[in-house]
Design a protein around this ligand. Sequence first.
Ligand SMILES: *Cc1c(COP(=O)(O)O)cnc(C)c1O
Length: 357
Amino acid sequence: MTSWVDKQGYPAAQAATAYADRKDWVDLRSDTVTRPTPGMLAAMQAAEVGDDVYGDDPTVNALQTECAAMFGMEAGLYFPTGTQSNLAALMAHCGRGDEVILGQDAHHYKYEGGGAAVLGSAQPQPLQNLPDGTLDLVQVEAAIKPDDSHFAITRALALENTIAGKVIGREYLAKATALCRRRGLSSHLDGARIFNAAVKLRMPVGELCAGFDTVSVCLSKGLGAPLGSVLVGKRGFIDRARRIRKMLGGGMRQAGYVAAAGRYALAHHVDRLAEDHERAERLAAGLSASGLEVEPPQTNMVFVGVPADRCAGLRQHLEQSGIKASIGPRARLATHLDVNDGGVDRVVAAFRAFFRA
Ligand SMILES: *Cc1c(COP(=O)(O)O)cnc(C)c1O
């Protein structure tokens, strides 16, 4: 296949060399660092497109429909990022001054710039996550405010799965959504990595997420698309979220070129997440065999304890060994599409060499 780079007259040889250099790196900073595979690029190049703000991009429409169907939902909406998808969902669930109960460690609380509060005027009510990533449902229920003019109106519960690589099982999710229904709350699931959870549990995502009003899923993480997230839910809700997406600047035009990557990812990169999970286990086993404290991985995230006074040295050593990783006292190493067995072995060897020295 001739790539667009050649057609545009870019120095292809130079581009190829730069790419080869980059391929040499083992990059464990996140599962977002993947580059499109040749098959994905071909799908992107072949995409039929339209203007999605007019609703006539067939590839975006197909992605939204296919993704909604996987979750057993009525409709889907394509977003440039997971942050915007979560924000639009929370804004569509909560009016100004309404409250959303969420986890202190949740991405939509801690790592999204406070968007729900800043841009959505929704009040977050954070609760401490339990070690398994869940929220104590007794605490959730106790945090629902009584009907009294002192209080914000508690409107929604938002959970995350996987959270820090941990899988939240069906039993808990069923209880949480039942609680929402009983108490009249909406339920949102930040399922940025929900396919990692579903593959781990060997359960269709639709079954795992049943009962949630909305789910947001990232195509740009382990699934390997260059960008994009999909929010799924009821049709009326998705229509509200579409207005909010436009307001947030997320109305895109010939988005089918990137949506094609998302469709490709959903068709080809879901089952293979099991390989990332196996490599995370292999990595964890290798690191703990060299005496490091490693948290047993559940999916594609390995957390390793690094003595605080060794962090800077380890960072430098890994860099020199062609390994990119976010090293801190609790370092997170993520496996993904662009890390193979050889890469895992190189990482284990580099850690060993450093801690033996
Ligand atoms: C990455 C991530 C997001 C946000 O996705 P972006 O596309 O980076 O904005 C939301 N939630 C979770 C759990 C994530 O890991």
